[in-house]
Design a protein around this ligand. Structure first.
Ligand code: FAD
Length: 502
């Protein structure tokens, strides 16, 4: 069988399915191949950050996501068997995003939601089709792929290819792109306990101890908890033995007990970044481009955002609305995000697991002393909102080409005002005004050839009434200008970003 399409996506994990859904929503022909027989059954990633729910909202999927997700109401830090107190999470970010706090939605459910959406939009997913070979013909502007399927091999040809095939990416290897970084010597276990006791039931539990740490996420239903910790490292130890050791360790050190589990797995933590996110007509997104420890529940979310960022650019190029050069911005924008993530999760992870005398002193002596006080102070801390912005991935800022003004919202996702996200579902270039006369917004937008969106003043004061904002299809602010000079200033910004003179 031979297939011709605009974009081939290799890998139907969260990143590949998000890329395919966005591309299909934007009218691009897309075919996804994956070696599995369907969405993963393992829950794996759990934490869904606010920015990811905003992407789902843009795709009209937030209602289903929220109906299947559980909002984590609180964080319960502690030492050993003792809990320091409760940090409320549900209200964090209430003025920042329509989806405050953090949602718990297993990776398997994310994949099913995205699979349904991208198929409904006309994308094709070829399950049980493993990538065998990849050729990128720069001269004739095409990429071709051979995949092995249940009915023999399939040849696919497209203008572009997105490698979303996870940490061991065959696409990355086929293009000879090094995966630079380190592998943590420790192994971790993850298990779904069905009747766990010794934990605050409702929220996320984080406990440290002399020899390690434990994380517990509520999975819905009494006693149903996802537990993570450091696994038995003895060589050649079987999963059964490691599972017994994990169970004993949780009971002895943290007072957490259970009799039944539905899943147990061990894994190594890597901190690695691909040397290039783009290689001609081939791109890497998600775990294929970067991997880090699960500290902070960021991995799946970062992949979803890579995919969304790239898909919005590819769709403009396929439609002929932007020059191919804008595709370089994918790496310019997303690499710094990946680098910061790998750096910070690596640092946090090393502190939690380090066996140095200083780290052990901090864990065993200092933390039990200051922990209870910190838990009382954190919710009131001025930096709380800023920290939430980082964790929820709503504070990400890109450098905008051709940007002249150093406005604080330039390069960030459009700040939320309470009712201004509905228009983003159109995935178009837009001109937003907040408290600016509607006719002025319409006149400027018409001159620029973009969609006008006029709102009342921003109640949170992040968007000024004496400015207009040029917003990209992915919801990022690409230009800011005073209304009287906006046509000229934003015409340049638009030209610099699409690399086309409009
Ligand atoms: C135990 C655990 C807990 C985690 N917890 C969190 C968390 O709480 N929050 C968070 O954000 N992240 C978490 N992560 C990380 C998260 O699971 C990954 O970041 C996420 O799955 C990356 O998605 P992806 O689509 O990029 O890659 P993957 O999910 O790995 O998907 C890759 C896909 O490509 C397919 N594929 C691979 N090779 C080929 C080939 N040659 N041909 C065809 N198809 C191929 C695979 O079958 C797979 O479907 C966790 C990870 C683990 C292991």
């Amino acid at each position: 069988m031979d297939v011709e399409t605009d974009v081939i996506v290799v890998g139907a994990g969260p990143s590949g399915l998000m890329a395919a859904t966005c591309l299909a929503r934007l009218g691009v022909r897309v075919v996804v191949i994956d070696g599995k027989s369907g969405p993963t059954r393992e829950s794996r990633a759990l934490g869904l950050q606010a920015r990811s729910v905003e992407l789902y909202d843009q795709l009209g999927l937030a209602e289903r996501v929220l109906s299947e997700a559980t909002r984590a109401p609180s964080l319960h830090p502690g030492y050993g068997r003792t809990e320091f107190g409760t940090v409320p999470l549900a209200l964090l970010g209430q003025t920042i995003t329509p989806f405050p706090g953090i949602q718990i939605l297993e990776q398997s459910r994310n994949e099913r939601i995205l699979r349904d959406a991208c198929e409904a939009l006309g994308a094709t997913i070829l399950w049980r089709h493993e990538l065998v070979s990849l050729d990128a013909h720069e001269d004739d502007g095409a990429v071709s792929v051979v995949a092995d399927g249940p009915d023999g091999s399939v040849t696919l040809r497209a203008a572009w290819l997105v490698g979303a095939d996870g940490a061991s990416s065959a696409v990355r290897r086929a293009r000879g792109i090094p995966f630079e970084g380190t592998t943590n010597p420790l192994s971790f276990f993850v298990t779904d306990a069905l009747d766990a006791t010794g934990l605050a039931e409702e929220g996320v539990n984080v406990r440290v101890e002399d020899e390690g740490f434990m994380l517990a996420f509520p999975m819905g239903g009494p006693g149903h908890q996802r537990l993570l910790g450091i696994a038995d490292e003895s060589p050649d130890v079987t999963d059964e033995v490691a599972e017994e050791a994990a169970k004993r360790m949780l009971a002895d050190r943290f007072g957490v007990e259970y009799t039944e589990t539905s899943w147990f797995s061990r894994y190594r933590t890597h901190h690695r970044i691909a040397a290039r996110f783009r290689d001609g007509r081939v791109f890497l997104v998600g775990d294929a481009a970067h991997v880090h420890s699960p500290v902070g529940a960021q991995g799946m979310n970062t992949g979803l955002q890579d995919a969304h960022n790239l898909a919005c650019k590819l769709a403009q190029v396929v439609a002929g609305d932007a020059s191919e050069e804008i595709l370089d911005e994918y790496e310019h924008e997303r690499r710094p995000v990946a680098e910061r993530l790998v750096r910070t999760t690596d640092a946090v992870f090393s502190r939690v697991t380090s066996r140095s005398r200083l780290a052990r002193f901090v864990r065993t002596r200092l933390l039990p002393l200051v922990g209870p006080l910190a838990v009382r102070l954190i919710p009131r801390a001025a930096r709380g909102e800023r920290l939430y912005g980082y964790v929820s991935q709503t504070r990400i800022r890109y450098r905008m080409p051709g940007a002249r003004e150093r406005e604080h919202v330039l390069g960030r996702r459009l700040p939320w005002t309470g009712d201004n996200y509905a228009s983003l579902r159109d995935f178009t270039w837009q001109l937003h005004g907040y408290g600016v006369d509607r006719p002025a917004v319409e006149r400027i937008a018409r001159s620029l050839g973009v969609q006008p969106v006029a709102h009342a003043r921003d109640p949170f004061g992040r968007l000024a009434a004496d400015r207009v904002y040029l917003v990209r299809p992915d919801g990022f602010v690409a230009g800011v200008a005073a209304p009287d000079v906006a046509v000229a200033a934003l015409h340049d910004a638009l030209g610099a970003i699409t690399r086309q003179t409009t």
